[in-house]
Design a protein around this ligand. Structure first.
Ligand code: GDP
Ligand code: MG
Length: 419
């Protein structure tokens, strides 16, 4: 299968990194197509445990080129640090970084922070990395392109152009804003912190087109999940880019992409951190949160825990145009005393539940049989307890597409492949 897009069916942290790392063994290129340093994709393999932020999760296959696509916003210093970490683990890092991607500067992070502070209780719950302001600048045609790092004079001119527009606004809105760097200083800083990866900047379309021509396996990876898509998610508690599979081609530098497989990664239960309401929230959450290790990856915030929400997940699967599902973290359900699936919503707005007004929605549950057994050692579907098999097949029925992969642990080999 030449091209596979791996995306989230929920709100993020479904285990996409883990699925991409597994699939990368057979891939020629691993491509991140949107987002930036706000991603946290966990990969556990024989080289260690990694929390990847900007590097694609296929980076651990030495035969795979790792591509940072034009749809990304790139935090320059953080990328250098991440490259150093992966190198320290013994990997040779071969990257293709799009000249058309946008830089996410410390000034954007400052802007993000000042705005969250101004909003107070109404804040978005941003990771304050500057992702929204960087994408905002891109749309306003004030963005700073990665390719200009190889044209320092142009770089400085474009930064000046951006500062002339941005600084009067920042100073007016946030009197405490004390940013004083000049365009020349910012240019010099950028040239210093990007030294290790500047040689990788290129038109990523060229190597990808060549691989596409050879019918090579290409692996595309999104950040977050359908519920956070800028257009189709729970606006305004979304991210600032498109996380849906339809964007994979554009965000990768291969706009002619027609993927053969779209794998929507779905978690076997619901969890959410930050803003927004979880319709299927459990009454007692603490023990399950602890055993499922559900804490925000970057912030450590405890996540709200809930039962599998088939309404929201099916919407996610449909938005993604998924051909199949990878169901993760089913091992975490072992020993849960009560197991149920939300099959419908009742209450106001239930006729259009994808409109982001979840407060009034009430879950309609179907009871499922729970199981006690530890399933982290299972490698075939038939070896799962009958109740766990029934849980997967019920989800499959409700989703309308096959569950092709069932993940029973965070490690690379803790995977059941179904035919
Ligand atoms: P991503 O952002 O979608 O890549 O997901 P994250 O890496 O942020 O969050 C998924 C978390 O679940 C990570 O800590 C993974 O190591 C872990 N994980 C992934 N799949 C499984 C699984 O099947 N079982 C268990 N127990 N943990 C898993
Ligand atoms: Mg994550």
């Amino acid at each position: 299968m030449p091209s596979i897009v791996v995306v989230g069916a929920n709100w993020g942290d479904e285990g996409k990194g883990r699925i991409v790392d597994f699939l990368a063994a057979d891939a020629s290129a691993s491509i991140r197509f949107q987002g930036g340093n706000n991603a946290g994709h966990t990969v556990v393999n024989d080289m260690g445990t990694f929390k990847l932020h900007q590097l694609p999760s296929g980076i651990f296959n030495p035969d795979c080129i790792a591509v940072l696509g034009p749809g990304m916003v790139i935090s320059p210093e953080a990328l250098s640090q991440e490259i150093a970490e992966v190198k320290e683990a013994g990997m040779e890092v071969k990257l293709s970084i799009s000249d058309r991607a946008t830089l996410c500067l410390p000034l954007h992070a400052l802007e993000d922070t000042l705005e969250e502070q101004r909003l107070g209780d109404a804040a978005y719950g941003s990771t304050r990395q500057g992702i929204a302001p960087a994408y905002g600048d891109r749309v306003m045609k004030k963005g700073i392109l990665v390719g200009w790092l190889n044209q320092p004079e142009v770089l400085e001119q474009r930064i000046q152009f951006m500062l002339d527009w941005k600084m009067p606004q920042l100073k007016a809105l946030y009197p405490e804003c004390n940013f004083t760097q000049t365009a020349a200083e910012m240019t010099q800083w950028l040239l210093n912190v990007t030294e290790v990866w500047r040689p990788f900047i290129c038109n990523v379309t060229l190597p990808l087109k060549a691989l596409q021509k050879e019918n090579a396996n290409l692996l595309f990876e999104a950040q977050l999940g359908a519920g956070r898509d800028l257009v189709y998610g729970e606006y305004p508690w979304t991210t600032s880019s498109n996380v849906t599979a339809a964007y994979a081609g554009i965000g990768s530098g291969l706009p002619t992409l027609h993927p053969e497989r779209v794998i929507a990664v779905a978690k076997s239960f619901s969890s959410s951190v930050g803003t927004g309401t979880l319709v299927t929230a459990m009454e007692e959450q603490d023990n399950f949160r602890e055993s499922a290790n559900e804490y925000g990856a970057t912030t450590g915030r405890p996540r709200d825990m809930g039962y599998f929400d088939a309404v929201a997940t099916r919407n996610g699967v449909e938005l993604q145009g998924a051909t199949e599902i990878a169901l993760t973290k089913i091992d975490c359900l072992s020993g849960l005393s009560e197991l149920k699936i939300c099959v419908a919503y009742a209450g106001e707005h239930s006729e259009n539940p994808i409109w982001p007004q979840t407060e009034e929605l009430k879950p309609v549950y179907e009871e499922m049989t729970s199981w006690e057994e530890d399933i982290t050692g299972c490698r075939t579907f038939d070896s799962l307890p009958q109740a766990a098999q029934d849980y997967v097949t019920r989800i499959e029925e409700l989703m309308g597409v096959p569950v092709g992969m069932v993940s029973v642990g965070p490690e690379r080999d803790q995977m059941i492949i179904r035919n």
